[in-house]
Design a protein around this ligand. Sequence first.
Ligand code: CP
Length: 303
Amino acid sequence: MSASLFESKDLSHSLWKKVLDRAVSIKNETYSAPQNLSKFKVGLLFFEPSSRTRWSFEKACLDLSIPSMVSVVDGSTSKSKGETAADTLDLYLELGFDLIVVRSGQDSETLKRLQETNVPFINAGFGGDYHPTQALLDYFTWTNEVERNVSKILIMGDVAHSRVAKSHMRFAKIMGYQVGLLPADGLDLTQEEREDLKPEITFSDRKQAIEWAEVVMSLRTQKERHPEGASFKPFKALSADELNSDHIVMHPGPFMRGEDLEENLVKDPRSLIFKQKRNGVYCRAALISCLLEENQKEKKGSL
Ligand code: CP
């Protein structure tokens, strides 16, 4: 089986450690990518819109000198002629890439193809459930940008549709941090998700939740994933006067000023939002290079 990342538990703790250590070396400019990395080819297949994730994967490939091809599935592709996402993915899997990065909507056929393929891949966001590289870069950010140990992460807002929140609950079990939830009205996990993801603590009192937290992460309300006709009470934007001087503010992006967090928090000294964007490049470069290496070892082993 090839080494791929669909959800956090697909990689061992030791491989995650290696990825995180390598991301530190890339950040500190002490990592030199082996020359043979440039013999690999990476394809970036995006069925859903993206700025941060797509561009950071693209930049990571540039930094590693790995040739890459970006493919956005839109009206210019055979989607417009009725080709399904799963069939488009099938086509992509045949193009001969050494690794593909895929962002997809919730689609059981696409998921099935990913589960069956031998082409190594990285999940760059799947429906409302999985976004493991966001959890990676967030963890990297509070671990490397703050000069103290941080372990209590509060995630607030549209938890129901947040693949970031769900990915953190999975990654937390591997890396050993605590995730607290403050769901917006009507936008909590389902009972089934609760049993699966086992959130550490869920708050109904906002003040108590923020007092508990070291990192406060607000989320975008994902209206595009809401059931048609549904309307939810707007969530109160996170504001500076709710926080103490030690709080750390994060947001996976894209952030809505005045809806998810107040305008003045975006560049507040407590905000790591811009560090998250930059660290996304280091983490994704580290992950791509580690997975290519793992798969190379695997191939040699099977000769
Ligand atoms: N955080 C995140 O996934 O952002 P994009 O949708 O812009 O990639």
